[in-house]
Design a protein around this ligand. Sequence first.
Ligand SMILES: [Mg+2]
Length: 230
Amino acid sequence: MKHYKHLFFDLDHTLWDFETNSEATLREMFDSYQLERFFDDYNDFHARYEVHNLFLWAQYRKNKVTKKTLNLQRFHLPFSEVGFDDIMVAQQFANDYLNISATKTLLFPNTLDVLEILKSKYQLHIITNGFKEVQNKKLENSGLRQFFTNIFISELIGVQKPDKYFFDYSVKSSHANPKECLVIGDSLEADIKGARKAGIDQVFFNSKGLEHNEEITYEINNLQELLTFL
Ligand SMILES: [Mg+2]
């Protein structure tokens, strides 16, 4: 068994249940903004939002749009599609979405118990591409902050995962050697490929049972499985 000293966890979709928390936020806001005036129903709104959100995130990762544009347009574009072209409301909605979603605290099963055990044996760190204002609030509100020595946020480093520099920087700042590090994340692209390029072993958190052909050091379906080899 390899001797790891540092574990680098992705946050969204790995510890913090992004999908459920985001869904709860958008449902609440669909009602409070009375969006049923414009969309057939919540699912209609969500499907349209999803298309723009995915596209804009891809553009953001390539540095083709700013964070501000991403956050505004992922709501302004679906609103406009259904004849609700009000940039002020879209901006307010975008701000509220970030603020409200950061107050949501649902984590994947056993997250806190597993981290409690791992914390006694390893130094734990967060590596995330999310927005800095939001990620810090999420960590505080959900009780995760106490477990982690360092929080590495792409916005503050200047590049996003899977850029090799992101991992090199995080490892170096933790006074670690890549060989004694392990990256745990749900994204084959951002987390797994990124870590591999930087010479770091990887754990793919495959909670949805995605099929793939990647060569990965370890693969798990729930966080508790980490304790079988760590
Ligand atoms: Mg993730």
